[in-house]
Design a protein around this ligand. Sequence first.
Ligand SMILES: [Zn+2]
Length: 377
Amino acid sequence: MRSIRTLLLAGAAAAALTIGIISPASAIQLSAATPTPTPTATAKATPTPTPTATPKATPTPTPTATPKATPTPTPTAATFRLPLAAKSYSVSSYFGPRCIPVRYGPTVHRGVDMAAAGGAPIHAVAAGIVTATVNGTSSQEGYISVRSIIDGVEYKTVYMHMWSATTHVKVGQTVTAGQRISQVGTSGASSGNHLHLELWKSTPAGMVATDAAAFLKNKGVDLYTSAYRVNAKPTPATCTYYTVGGVNFRTGPSTGYSVIRMLPLGTAMVHVPGTITAGFIPVKVGTQTGWVSASLVSPTKPPAPAVVAPRPVPKPPTYAATAALNLRTGPSTANARILLIPKGANVGVIKASSGQWRQVSYAGKTGWVHSTYLVKR
Ligand SMILES: [Zn+2]
C-alpha cells in the first residue's frame, strides 16, 4: 500500500480498514492465534490420545481428544523464491518507518512494495499453508496469507492487492516455494498495480512485522537486485504534517492527558516517522513538544478556508401603477379601499402575494392592489 488513490475514495473506509490501523495482516494475526492447534512438534509425536489423561470412571477412551482430525501440518520451508519474476518489477517502497502518506495512513510500512504489471503471476516465497484468501475491491485490499515454519519458527507471509485471491489457491491448501498463488492487482488503498509483501514472525509477544526483503536476502533471495529498478525513497528523518481541523495538542498519548492548547486547522508540525503510541504521535509545533491524534493530521496542507465574500443580495424589483388603482385593506375587491394610487406612481417592492393580488405601499399606507395594474420599473 503505497498509495494515495483512495484518499479521495473514502476517508471513512480507509480509516476503517486499510492503511494499517487495522491492517489485514494484523487481523490475520489475531485469527491465527486461536484456530489451529500447535503444529509440527505435536503432530507426529502423538498419533493417539495421551493415555495418562484417561479418567478412571469412564471405561471407554475419552472421545474429546480424537475428534479433530489431524490438521495439515504447517510445511517447513527450506527453500525460498522471488514472489515476482526477476526483472519484472520495481521496488517502490521499503519496509519500515515512513511519513504518513495520506490522512489515516500508517507511519510504518509493514511490507515491501513491488510494482509490476497487472495480472503478473505472484509466487509463494516459501512453502506453507494458505490461511486466508480475501478478494479485493476498490476499498478493500485483496490478500492471501500463508503460514510457514522457517528455522523452527512460525512465520506468516501476506501477499496483498490482488483482485481475486482464489484463482489459484484456497484456505487450507499447502503451497510450495515458487508455486503460483495469484496475480498482481491494485485493490484497496493502492495507487497502481503492485504486490505488497508482508512477513510476520511469531514471537512470545505475538506476531511481529518483519522486513521481508532483509529476511529473504539472508535466505539467498534478493528482492532489490532482482528488481529492474529500485524507486523506493529512503525514510526521511522527519515528516511534516498539518492538522485537518481544530486538534487538541496534549501532554501525552491519549485523551486522558491534558490539553496544552487547541491547534487550529492547518497547523504545521514535525514528526519522527515510525513513532506512534496508541494512535497518538509525538510532534513538535514550533518549539513546543506534545501529542496529537494521528488520525487528525494530513501530509498535505489544507487549503486556507475560503474567505467567502458576502454575495450581493439582488435587490427585489420595484413596481409602478399602470393605471389609477385602489389600494385595499385585503386581497379582494370586497376589502375596503384605503386610497387611490395615481397612474405612474411608484408602489415599491411587493411585500406579499395572494392570488392575483399584491401587497404594496404607497404614501405611507400598506395595502393590496390587483397585479394587472403593476409593472416593473
Ligand atoms: Zn505497501
